[in-house]
Structures are given as C-alpha cells and as structure tokens.
Design a protein around this ligand. Structure first.
Ligand code: PEP
Ligand code: MN
Length: 349
C-alpha cells in the first residue's frame, strides 16, 4: 500500500497534479494535511476547511482516495460534510488519550480507513492504546504508520526509527497493515530512499510518503518532501526481498564475525567502565563534579575527528560517544551516592 502526497494541501492545482501522478502510477491514496500541527506559532498552519472542496472534487472526479489528518472532532465533522471519510491521527494526537477518545467518538462509525501514527515518544503502549481506542469505533480498517520518535539533539535523521517498536506492534496486531512514513523519519529527502528500503526489508506493508511538485518552495516540511521524479525513482528502485529464504552460509559466516566483534566491543566497554569507577573515586575525594562540560565538548570533537579519519559516519559516531558519556555520568553518580552513604555511616559509628 502506497500513500503519497504533500505535507500540506497548498493549492487545488498541486493536488490535481499529485492525483494525476498517483493515477499514472496505478496508486489510489492521496495524503494531504489541511490542519497542520506546527511546533512554533506563526508558521503556516494549513488551509483548513478551505481545502476540503479541492479534495472532495478530486475524490469524485478522479477516483482517488484523499486521506486527511484530523486532530479534533471539528475536523472530522467538516470532512464528513465534504464526503471525506479517510483519516490519519498524527503523532501529536496519538500521544493524548483525551484527544483520541474525542476524535473516535466523532467518527460515529462512519470513518473508513483510519491511519494511526506512532506517538512522538518511543512508547509502544501509547501507540497500542491509541489503536485500541480507534478500534472502539467501527472503522472499516485501521492501518498503523511508523513515523519515528523525536529526540533532543541534532542527529542524521529527524526522528529516531527504533525499528524494534513497530516490529513489536506488528506482533501485537498481526493482521493490521503497518506502513512506514520515511519522510518524517528522514527529515531530509536524501535519506528517504534508504529508510523506505529498510522498511521493505523489515516486511512493512507499504509507505506513506510526502511528495510535492516543487518541494523547495513548500510551505511545510520542505526539506523532506520528494519531487515527482524522485518519487517515481523511489517506486522503481524499491527492492522487495523475500524473507522466507533461510540464511545462506556466506551470510552465516559474516554474522559470526559480527558477533565476535560485538563481543570485543562489550569487553572494551566493561574496561572503560572500570576506569570510570576509578575516575569517580578520584573526583569524590577531591570534591569535583561528575560532569566537566569542557572536557565533554573537547572529547566529543576528538571522537568526531577519529570518525572522520576512519571514514565512518560522524553523526552515528557522535551518538555512540554521547551514549558512552551519559553512561559514564550515570555510573559516577551511583558511585558518589555509594561513597557518601559509606561516609555517612562511618560518621554515625
Ligand atoms: C504529517 O504527516 O505531515 C505530520 C504532521 O505527521 P506527524 O504527525 O507524523 O508529525
Ligand atoms: Mn509533514
């Protein structure tokens, strides 16, 4: 199943062009946001109900199914009035059980396809809860959409995929279609093909992709939308691989080697943690704080330099160092806590 279309419906003509492209590719589902949830105020928040007649016409004349984000019962009501019955719940909605309940009640058993995106936070149970709530209304079909999870600092991808979460969801709802939204995971259009291929390799049932006739000028998410020819290339280049073949001998050998390397990495991490323990002891004795921000920044730069020299991805390397560093801080805090409780009991004796 492929759902494609602009992040937001900016004009009737762009929707028309998109619908024609979908038709030429034998596709049926047109995504497009009318009420856009923007992180900051004063940004373009979509044309709202003004765009509903555009979609209604395309639905009627072109036989294309529009899918619209709804975040409030009012949105649902307006869509029904225009004859639009296919919706998605966005990441900022599925995180909020009150909102999901209200929207589901407004479906009044009339909604057809309902796509439920994962919530912003990497919390499987919130996603499951939102799907269970939607199930309470008799919608024709529920489809889960994986759009990644937000994070704090700059990374290669706009949202962390944490692929294990959608795969767990699939185990919980085996009969439900699971799509990937590579656009919101990627954040930059150049990464959309690799995320899409990854989803296919993990047996996802399709994609929800942002496509715009001229993405550079898009009013929302301009960096991640594909233009028409990039979208066509994506469709052509996607490889559907079989998951049934048992692993080949060659693959088994490579996996063994990877296992051995991981064993060594973990042994090195254990050695690193022993040193951290000694550092904690020294800092405690000398009344130093666990975090030295200067040292952190210079070490981070040094690790990035190592990554550059090794020719490995700098952003992923940075993430690795940040993880090691926060682990180290956690260990030092634990050690400080232990040392202070020991001192405390000595004083009491
Ligand atoms: C969108 O699909 O344009 C959107 C706002 O998605 P999400 O809820 O995943 O951020
Ligand atoms: Mn978007």
């Amino acid at each position: 199943m492929i759902v494609a279309g602009p992040c937001s419906a900016e004009s009737e003509s762009m929707l028309q062009e998109m619908a024609e492209l979908l038709k030429s590719q034998g596709l049926h589902y047109l995504r497009s946001g009318l009420w856009k949830p923007r992180t900051r105020p004063d940004e373009f928040e979509g044309h709202g109900e003004l765009a509903l007649p555009w979609l209604a016409r395309i639905q009627k004349e072109m036989g294309i199914t529009p899918i619209v984000e709804v975040a409030h019962p009012k949105h649902v009501e307006k869509c029904f009035e225009a004859g639009i019955k296919n919706f998605w719940l966005g990441a900022r909605t599925t995180i909020n059980p009150f909102a999901v309940n209200e929207i589901v009640q407004s479906f009044e058993n009339k909604a057809q396809l309902v796509f439920v995106k994962n919530p912003m936070t990497p919390d499987l149970s919130q996603w499951v809860g939102a799907i269970e709530r939607v199930r309470k209304s008799k919608v024709q079909e529920i489809v889960a959409v994986h759009r990644g999870f937000s994070h704090f600092y700059e990374k290669k991808l706009r949202n962390d995929p944490f692929w294990e979460i959608p795969l767990e969801l699939k185990k919980i709802f085996p009969g439900m279609k699971l799509l990937c939204d590579p656009s919101h995971i990627a954040g930059l259009r150049q990464y959309v093909p690799e995320i899409s291929q990854m989803a296919m390799d993990l047996n996802f049932d399709g994609l929800m992709v942002e496509v715009h006739p001229s993405p550079e000028g898009a009013l929302t998410d301009s960096k991640q939308q594909l233009n028409f020819s990039e979208f066509q290339n994506l469709l052509q280049s996607l490889q559907l691989r079989s998951s049934d073949q048992g692993p080949s001998v060659e693959l088994e050998v490579l996996r063994k080697k990877i296992d051995e390397i991981d064993q060594r990495i973990y042994e090195l991490v254990a050695k690193r943690l022993e040193l951290i323990d000694q550092v904690a002891h020294h800092k405690f004795k000398n009344k130093l704080t666990s975090l030295s921000y200067e040292r952190f920044l210079s070490s981070l730069e040094a690790r990035k330099e190592i990554a550059r020299k090794l020719g490995i991805d700098e952003i992923n390397s940075e993430q690795l160092y940040r993880l090691l560093h926060s682990w180290s801080l956690e260990m030092q805090e634990k050690a400080f806590h232990l040392y202070s409780s020991q001192n405390f009991s000595e004083i009491r004796q």
